[in-house]
Write a protein that binds this ligand. Structure first.
Ligand code: HEM
Length: 231
């Protein structure tokens, strides 16, 4: 029996899949999109760079979560020692942690540059107002990512910086709302182990789910509108 050529096997598999769901059509529609020439300008890449950085944060975050222990009980706490362990003992742990840290900083800069481009080209105007609002929500999510991640090493800097963060959040008007937000974030009368548990949950479950969902909405909007014309 003749050995089939790898290309024929590939074709047979694709055909088999396509008979069950139009995968080829779906992938073609998702990937092959004509883009106007003016979108070649470097500042039209900022949004894509933000996307790549978000993916990098998700990947390095998953790797960190393999070793990080969200437990602030005892002294030194498992949270603190696990971060030390990642930094000093885990193979390339220092690199993964460093990329996650600097990626977070770069992400904020890139989002602001992307936002500035959208503002400068007037792309927030009709019919793109809703997408601008989705963008503002994602900007806030990225800032909350940073604020919640800052507590996780559970060292002195993290502890006292987060005390300030929570105090500011607790001043939101009206006073009842501020107190509610403070209690919700802190999980007790002082900043302690329940706070770390909550910040960890927000940082690794709530925010990633939200941002992935909103990026999907953002991209569906961009596809629906097409990239905006230059002024
Ligand atoms: C996670 C954050 C974000 C990601 C991954 C993202 C990604 C993108 C991408 C890939 C584009 C295509 C054009 C380009 O790259 O410039 C785009 C366009 C756009 N973005 Fe974002 N973006 C984010 C945040 C924001 C923010 C903070 C705003 C504004 C507050 C915003 C508002 C818009 C608008 C209005 C467009 C359409 C622009 C046009 O048609 O010219 N985005 N975004």
């Amino acid at each position: 029996m003749a050995i089939p050529h790898p290309r024929d096997i590939q074709l047979a598999v694709v055909n088999w899949l396509d008979d069950r769901y139009p995968f080829t059509k779906a992938v073609d529609e998702a990937l092959y999109q004509r883009v106007p020439n003016f979108a070649n300008a470097f500042y039209y890449c900022f949004g894509g760079m933000v996307f790549i950085l978000v993916v990098l944060q998700l990947l390095t975050g998953i790797l960190l979560a393999l070793y990080y222990v969200p437990d602030a009980s005892g002294n030194p706490s498992p949270a603190y020692t696990s971060v030390n362990y990642i930094q000093s003992t885990v193979y390339l742990g220092w690199l993964i942690r460093g990329v996650h840290f600097w990626g977070a900083n770069l992400l904020i800069i890139m989002v602001l540059l992307h936002m500035a481009r959208v503002y400068w080209t007037g792309s927030y105007r009709a019919p793109r107002e809703l997408n601008w609002m989705v963008g503002v929500t994602m900007l806030l999510i990225i800032l909350v990512f940073s604020l919640s991640g800052y507590l996780l090493p559970w060292d002195n800097k993290a502890y006292f910086a987060t005390e300030v963060t929570i105090k500011i959040a607790g001043l939101a008007p009206p006073p009842q709302l501020g107190v509610f937000i403070k209690d919700l974030l802190q999980g007790g009368s002082v900043l302690g182990p329940p706070t770390l548990q909550r910040f960890f949950t927000i940082h690794v479950f709530v925010l990633p789910a939200l941002i992935v969902l909103l990026m999907y909405v953002h991209f569906r909007f961009i596809r629906a509108h097409g990239i905006s014309e230059p002024m």
